[in-house]
Ligand binder design. Sequence first.
Ligand code: UDP
Ligand code: MG
Length: 314
Amino acid sequence: MKIPQISIVAPLYNESESFPLLVERINALMDSSPLAIEVVLIDDGSKDDTATRIRQLALTDDRYHGVLLSRNHGHQLALTAGMARARGTEALFVIDGDLQDPPELLPEFYKLYKEGNDVVYAVRKKRKEGAVKRMGYYVFYRLLRSISYVEIPLDSGDFALISRRVVDVMNKMPEESRYLRGMRSWIGFKQTGFEYERDARVAGESKYSFKQLFALAYNGIFNFSEFPIKFMSRTGIFAILIALVYFFIVVAKKLFFAHVIEGFTSLLFVIILFSGVQLLALGIIGEYVLRIFFQSKGRPLYIVKDEIVNCEYI
Ligand code: UDP
Ligand code: MG
């Protein structure tokens, strides 16, 4: 095989059911494309036979490059592992392994890349998912956009064609809680969106648990926004001002109407209010401290158990 220009990178977690179709569609794409393409398939510690299938495929077809992780590390880290190992010299085409992101769009993305865009990210026109999930995504992306210091495009996920030089920067970013689409935007260069309709899964259920989805949203907000902590300090200042005003009113009342008795209710109200403000502030500072804590550990981000790769051009 020639040195690949493009690497298709797809993380897979328990995707045995859709695997044959994924390979079939990617093969068809490769056969019809003039580009030299390699396919990096990452097994994210699947419990079904996804890893075995990847291994067999990579051993028999040198266009496939298998990366098997030691356990389930989560989608973002599986992608990180794949991106670090992909050798495409021009760009990486990052897709989901469940065929929600049609691989056939590669030529159109590549055209935009050739026109000088370092990142061509997919923007979802329509989602074929449940109403609650759609609503959640809709609100989250708009909230993140309004508070983030990076311009993270609306309704776009990790599905993108990313140039080699942007990938190299992403690979060098050591941050532990990874929000790849944010990192991608943060890097800059010329980036453009490509609208597409997100397909439904071809098989199985979403492998993202609600917990993982929330963790991803959290990483987006806390890694790419200072708003929560700024909001707290502003609220703190506002609360102090209110307290001062309150204090002067009480003093004035005492001075001019000597017999006014101040009730316990108001006192209690103020105490509770301020305890709440303090607790919330501590919680938010804790979020940042937690991130510093994990980062300072300097752990490897993932552990590769095995790697199956054609060695001709290493
Ligand atoms: N995935 C993964 N590790 C995980 C969860 C998901 O590698 O812990 C993969 C999954 O196999 C799929 C992609 O990441 O190829 C996107 O996941 P999923 O389809 O579950 O997310 P959704 O499309 O529902 O957002
Ligand atoms: Mg999916």
